[in-house]
Design a protein around this ligand. Structure first.
Ligand SMILES: [Zn+2]
Ligand SMILES: [Zn+2]
Length: 313
């Protein structure tokens, strides 16, 4: 059921108060450099026993957290990275595979339950409003109880969703311009890469994609390109254990990028640093950093970083 007018006004009032309490963005304080932290580097929705967490990437610009994707475990990874959950200000979802959005609702909830002021602008290829609404409905019992019993504010007004419906500039503020590029991730039609052009640094996050030359153009001369990667021998080993191997193999080959292809994109884009992330398979510890990067280096002579959770670049 949609919130009543009174609930809406209450939420709006709470929002106005909480927003007023936020520190001013990039105003009256020394500018901080732009930081990139990999929160979760494993591709796919399966929760592993150890090692890599599901996809999420943090960009800190002038001390404001911008989060790209919210795979399972994002709240914990943010805290491990030293970011208070209520301070997450912007969320960008590359596409709606669950390894990229599963913790969006829980992250909002976990931020709300801190009781501290929060305000989130979320950008995604349509569906974020629905996702937030559905999550709040899923937790309606708990939220309603806590509003009355603990005097909490209604969380519905704390998130504003923005649909990304086409490539181009998604948002701008005093610190950064964020642009989107449509990439190739069939059968999903709306899957985006995002580019963050801050004053001191440009960072591109590929999202999930097969080899996409248009991404090289989009990432042209960026300081850092974070690109997904899939290691074929590792996939073959994984598939041997699965009953849906044939279908899954077809999906992986059509929708993800091999190391050699990642190298080509980085070389064409002439980026300074290439960071490998969204590893598929992401929980096979026998695959060495050298194996992940060998194919890349056939084409790209710049700096290559084999990403790990909580690594800062
Ligand atoms: Zn993915
Ligand atoms: Zn995907």
């Amino acid at each position: 059921m949609p919130p009543t007018r009174r609930q809406f006004i209450t939420a709006a009032a709470a929002f106005a108060v909480s927003h007023a309490l936020l520190p001013p963005l990039g105003f009256g304080q020394a500018k901080k450099s732009t930081r990139l932290v990999l929160l979760g580097t494993k591709g796919g929705p399966r929760v592993g026993e150890a090692g890599r967490s599901n996809p999420a990437t943090l960009i800190m610009i002038n001390d404001v957290p911008y989060l790209v994707d919210c795979g399972y475990g994002t709240s914990k990874q943010l805290i491990a990275a030293g970011v208070a959950l209520n301070l997450v200000r912007y969320v960008f979802i590359t596409h709606h595979h669950s390894d990229h959005n599963l913790d969006f609702g829980p992250l909002l909830y976990n931020a709300w339950i801190t009781g501290q002021p929060m305000r989130v602008d979320a950008y995604d290829p349509t569906g974020m409003n629905e996702l937030a609404r559905a999550f709040f409905k899923y937790q309606k019992f708990d939220i309603d109880v806590r509003i009355v019993d603990e005097g909490r504010t209604d969380p519905h007004g704390l998130v504003t969703a923005h649909d990304v419906t086409k490539p181009g500039v998604v948002m701008t503020n005093d610190d950064v311009k964020v642009s989107a590029c449509l990439v190739r991730h069939p059968p999903i039609k709306q899957s985006y890469a995002y580019r963050f052009d801050a004053k001191d640094r440009s960072i591109v996050i590929s999202g999930d994609t097969a080899y996409a030359p248009e991404l090289a153009e989009f990432a042209k001369d960026a300081d850092v390109l974070v690109h997904e990667v899939m290691y074929l021998p590792g996939i073959e080993a994984l598939l041997q254990r699965l009953p849906n191997a044939k279908r899954l193999r077809e999906h992986l080959m059509a929708a993800h990028t091999l190391p050699e292809e990642v190298g080509k994109i980085a070389a064409q884009a002439r980026v300074k640093t290439l960071v490998l992330s969204h590893f598929v398979p992401g929980d096979d510890a026998s695959i060495t950093d050298e194996q992940w990067s060998a194919g890349v280096r056939k084409h790209f002579t710049g700096r290559v970083v084999v990403g790990r959770d909580l690594m800062e670049i």
